[in-house]
Structure formats: structure tokens, C-alpha cells
Ligand binder design. Structure first.
Ligand code: SAH
Length: 220
């Protein structure tokens, strides 16, 4: 099965999601490079085998360990908000299946991705290398601390909801950089937030739209 029709439906669903939320996000269309990456990366290969048939459904899907792979529209929107170029160094918190990291790898020079559940981190790293995504490096650690050895980053994307912007991540954002992060408590209202840092180092924070993410867990 090639999933051609499902893939086209997913693209159409992303486009209607963008149109529906344009007053909140300020985006009428996503960057064609982002849409190209969404077409190219085989989403069906990142979900559990028994869910390949629903891989393109316009929603999040369970992927084990109580975690989910995000809705395609949210993956596309968050990627677009980072405004990556082919020289960008990007940090992801919450590797999960590795799908979002694979999308980022099409648009940035180097992707670093952190996952706190060892088995998910291992599986994602193996999958990404087997599929030939060479510019993605993952590690198993606490994303609240970021990845200081690789900082600063042009883009930071957090794919789990935190109660506030983790200070270590803010410190690792380059002047001119952009961070996209869902902020809110588990199972209550969460906002997708865009943090930008200007060249003088000043940060600006903008709430974009309501979202539902699994919690970003703090290891103590
Ligand atoms: N981006 C993923 C989906 C993320 S689901 C994909 O494309 O498949 C959220 C992930 O964040 C989960 O795998 C969860 O284990 C991870 N996570 C939660 N808290 C974390 C933390 N403090 N550090 C790193 N990863 C974390």
C-alpha cells in the first residue's frame, strides 16, 4: 500500500487547518518547503504497524508509553513558525517517534532531539538512521535542561506541554532565534506560544492558539 490518497488528504486537512486558524496564527499559507517536507516524510513508517492505516488521520495517535504523535496540522504549523533555513541548528524536546525530527531534518542543517523515555529514544534514533536521516542526533535526557553542549539554537520546538517556558531553553535560544512551545498544565487549557529573541537579546512572547499536548515531565 502506498498511502498516496491518504497523504493527499492529509495535505488538504493541513491546508484547511491553516485557513481555519489564520486569524490566530497570522498565517494564510505555510512555507511551500514545509508542505513539501510533509509530503515527503512517510508518516506511516513512524506509527505502530497496526496503525499504519490511520497514520494520516487528522488527529494525534497513541504510540505507546502513554505518548502520542501529534496531529499533522500541528506538526506543520509548529515547523513553519520556526522559519528554518538550510543553515539552522534546531533543538526538539520530545523525540517520541522521531516524525517531527524527520520533518525538521528536511528544513534545517542539523537537528538535535531529546527524549526522556529510553526506549522511545532508542527506537526513534534507530528508525531515523535506518531511514537515512543523517542530520538528526537524539539523546535520552531531561529536556528541561536543553542540550547546552550544542547550544545556542536558531530554533527550539517543544512537543510536550510545560507549565512555563523552561529557563534553560530560553538561555539556549540564539539572538534572532524562535521557540515554539505549548504552555499549560496537563489536561487543562494549553496555549501554543511563540517566543522570539531579537538581535539585542530581548524576548517577546505571543500566545497563538489552544492546543492539547501530553505533559512535559520534569525528572527530579
Ligand atoms: N514529537 C514527537 C511526539 C511527542 S509526544 C513525534 O513526532 O512523534 C511528547 C514526547 O515528549 C513524549 O515522547 C515524552 O516522553 C517526551 N517528554 C516529556 N517530557 C520530557 C522531558 N522533560 N524531556 C524530554 N522528553 C520529554
Amino acid at each position: 500500500m502506498t498511502f498516496e490518497r491518504e497523504r493527499e488528504q492529509m495535505i488538504a486537512d493541513i491546508e484547511s487547518g491553516v485557513a481555519f486558524t489564520r486569524t490566530m496564527t497570522g498565517r494564510n499559507h505555510l512555507d511551500p518547503r514545509v508542505m513539501k517536507a510533509m509530503r515527503l516524510v512517510p508518516r506511516e513508517d513512524f506509527v505502530p504497524t497496526n496503525m499504519r492505516g490511520s497514520a494520516f488521520r487528522d488527529g494525534a495517535l497513541p504510540v505507546g508509553h502513554g505518548q502520542t504523535i501529534s496531529q499533522p496540522y500541528i506538526v506543520a504549523l509548529m515547523t513553519d513558525l520556526l522559519e528554518l533555513t538550510d543553515t539552522s541548528i534546531v533543538l526538539e524536546i520530545g523525540t517520541g517517534t522521531g516524525y517531527q525530527a524527520a520533518i525538521l531534518s528536511q528544513l534545517a542543517r542539523q537537528v538535535y532531539s531529546i527524549e526522556r523515555i529510553a526506549e522511545l529514544a532508542r527506537t526513534a534514533q534507530r528508525r531515523l538512521s535506518d531511514m537515512g536521516y543523517q542530520n538528526v542526533e537524539t539523546r535520552c535526557s531531561d529536556g528541561y535542561l536543553g542540550w547546552p553542549e550544542k547550544a545556542p539554537f536558531d530554533g527550539i520546538i517543544v512537543t510536550a506541554a510545560a507549565p512555563e517556558v523552561p529557563p534553560a531553553l530560553l538561555a539556549q535560544l540564539k539572538p534572532g532565534g524562535r521557540m515554539v512551545i505549548p504552555i499549560g498544565l496537563p489536561y487543562s487549557r494549553q496555549e501554543l506560544v511563540l517566543v522570539t529573541r531579537d538581535l539585542q537579546g530581548e524576548t517577546d512572547t505571543r500566545d497563538l492558539l489552544g492546543v492539547a499536548f501530553v505533559p512535559m515531565v520534569e525528572d527530579t
